[in-house]
Design a protein around this ligand. Structure first.
Ligand code: SF4
Length: 315
């Protein structure tokens, strides 16, 4: 019950043109120190918005983000800067966030120099250490981002994040753009860093297969709401929510489930005009009258396992 990264209650919104879209709606998420939480859902489900809020990049329009039990908005300037440094985001496309005119050593060394984590006369050694940690040869540090492959660029992004000594990494589709073999290497790197540096992760992905071996706990989101949350093993062995089951059917290795469920049918509806009741009802093979009218509450169905489906009331 250690509040480490964030707790968001009530309604959070993102403003789009003149309409308020509830990209994240009534989510209450606690991430404990040292934990890896996998946040999964299709694109457009609000998981990236939630990740940005938890990372302190995007303030919620409503609700609270707690950092070590304290509201981010109540921190003084120095505390807020510290919280921001300790939380780093890793994005899908590191190239977009790497300045093409800077050499790798400048990209990785810029922030620690600015924040006084390394002195100018020791910055080379400091940068080398971060590159080595991220699995890159320090001899390459005088090269520019375009001289690296996609996987190597992701490692540069990771080295840059490590350089400010983070405690919490929010990884948003961090391996989605990479080949499967490179994906595995980067996922292994994240796990190595977790052991070495005692890191905490929020790992955001559209693919349950990606978070399977990584996560202690998995949170499934659909159209801005959490629909299921459980220890990772429980989600994979005993999924409860029809949406989770459909997502599992799309993980190629899980053959038995693939036969039982046919994957998620149709497109995710627009958050501008979400379906009434259970947002998933137009795509759910088990939907019944109540689903169209009443929003299902996220209820405990087993220790540490919560699901938002009216079928659980009927059971
Ligand atoms: Fe399907 Fe109804 Fe459960 Fe929603 S509440 S997942 S529509 S059965």
């Amino acid at each position: 019950t250690l509040d480490f990264a964030g707790r968001i209650a009530q309604r959070l919104g993102a403003k789009l043109r003149d309409e308020v879209v509830h990209a994240v709606d009534g989510v209450d998420l606690t991430i404990r120190k040292g934990e890896v939480v996998g946040l999964v859902g299709e694109s457009g489900c609000g998981k990236s918005t939630l990740g940005r809020m938890v990372a302190g990049i995007m303030p919620p329009s409503d609700g609270t983000i707690l950092w070590r039990g304290r509201d981010l908005r109540s921190l003084n300037a120095a505390e807020a800067r510290n919280a921001k440094l300790r939380t780093q985001m890793i994005f899908q496309d590191p190239y977009a966030s790497l300045n093409p005119r800077l050499k790798v050593q400048e990209i990785v060394g810029e922030a620690p120099l600015f924040h006084g984590m390394a002195r100018r006369n020791e910055i080379e050694i400091y940068v080398d250490e971060q590159l080595r940690r991220a699995g890159l040869d320090p001899a390459l540090k005088r090269r520019y981002p375009h001289q690296f492959s996609g996987g190597q660029r992701q490692r540069i992004g990771i080295a840059r994040a490590l350089a400010v000594q983070p405690e919490f990494l929010v990884c948003d589709e961090a391996v989605a753009a990479l080949d499967v073999s490179i994906q595995a290497q980067i996922l292994n790197l994240f796990m190595k860093l977790r052991r070495e540096l005692d890191l905490t992760y929020l790992f955001i992905s559209h693919d349950l297969g990606v978070v399977e071996h990584l996560s202690d706990r998995v949170v499934i989101m659909y159209l801005g709401r959490v629909v299921e949350e459980a220890p990772a093993e429980e989600v994979f062995r005993h999924p409860n929510h029809p949406y989770t089951k459909a997502l599992l059917a799309e993980v190629p290795r899980i053959e038995a489930r693939k036969r039982a469920f046919a994957g998620v049918k149709g497109e995710i509806p627009s958050p501008l005009n979400p379906p009434s009741g259970c947002h998933f009802h137009p795509r759910c093979p088990f939907a019944f009258d109540r689903c169209r009218i009443e929003r299902p509450a996220l209820k405990q169905i087993a220790p540490g396992h919560r699901s938002a489906c009216h079928l659980n009331d009927a059971a």
